[in-house]
Design a protein around this ligand. Structure first.
Ligand SMILES: Nc1nc2c(ncn2[C@@H]2O[C@H](COP(=O)(O)OP(=O)(O)OP(=O)(O)O)[C@@H](O)[C@H]2O)c(=O)[nH]1
Ligand SMILES: [Mg+2]
Length: 247
């Protein structure tokens, strides 16, 4: 079972609510709404407050209609279409998210490039999945609270990624449609205990663009940073061993 850091142990969870975060979050907002970023754009900080940006590729996985495109739009603060338009290929969305590391107090911009590919396109064209998986850092495994089969299929989805050392988060969509809910809280809790992965929930109108996405983006950032630290530590361990052998 992958080691998952405790929520809020690495990054300050509610930092978007703190006064000292205003300067950073103002760079991803425009007129109180999220600013869209193109592939070559990034937030610009004044020289005295320059921060490092860390780049990651995130793949959004799940069956057709589960809400992959809607989630990508939500995380970027864009409005989501009410109708289901099947995604016919790969669409990428860039999300910037400022994060404060708990221990050092260091601030970083996370640049998350979300890769969303329509499930039917993935089945039809064999070359799409390898592109999505190439140098990917994390995968969001989606299920819908209104579709029990998508929940029951999670174990299969996770199994497909066991060989790939990437951050894995489970996201339950359509949590707002509680009248049509087909997955009980208890089942989600049992599943979370069994698989040991973070399970997040999403749904409803896109509001001011910070509060409703902060849990997912902070959890993603925390797990990505933790993964980098583990890789860096094992790298330095290996190079120390190699140095030791050479000496
Ligand atoms: N109420 C509600 N509707 C949602 C939510 N997420 C997605 N939807 C709706 O579900 C439908 C399908 O969502 P999409 O995001 O297009 O699904 P997809 O996973 O991208 O599907 P493919 O591109 O075919 O693979 C759309 O009508 C969305 O508006 C949610 O959290 N709440
Ligand atoms: Mg789609």
């Amino acid at each position: 079972m992958a080691h998952v850091p405790a929520s809020g142990s690495i990054v300050v969870s509610d930092w978007h609510r703190c006064k000292d975060s205003k300067e950073y979050f103002s760079k991803i907002l425009h007129k109180k709404r999220r600013k869209p970023f193109g592939l070559l754009e990034s937030p610009v900080m004044p020289p005295h407050a320059a921060v490092d940006t860390v780049h990651y590729k995130i793949f959004i996985s799940g069956k057709s209609g589960v809400g992959k495109t809607a989630l990508a739009a939500r995380l970027a603060g864009l409005s989501t279409p009410n109708l289901h338009y099947e995604t016919t290929g790969i669409e990428t969305t860039v999300v910037f998210w400022p994060v404060k590391l708990r221990e050092s107090g260091r601030v970083l911009f996370f640049r998350l490039q979300l890769w969303d590919c329509g499930e039917n396109a993935l089945r039809r064209f064999d070359h799409l999945l390898p592109s999505c998986k190439e140098q990917v850092d994390a995968v969001l495994l989606l299920f819908s609270f209104t579709d029990r089969t998508s929940f029951e299929d999670l174990s299969n989805q996770i199994a497909k990624w066991t060989e790939t050392p990437v951050v894995k988060l489970v996201v339950g969509t359509k949590f707002d449609l509680f009248m049509h809910c087909d997955v009980a809280e208890r089942d989600v809790r049992d599943f979370q205990e069994r698989c040991g992965l973070p399970v997040l929930r999403t749904g409803g109108e896109v509001s001011d663009g910070l509060g409703d996405v902060a849990p997912i983006l902070n959890c993603l950032a925390e797990n990505l940073w933790h993964q980098d630290c583990v890789i860096a530590r094992s790298g330095s361990h290996h190079s120390q061993q190699e140095t030791g052998t050479l000496l």
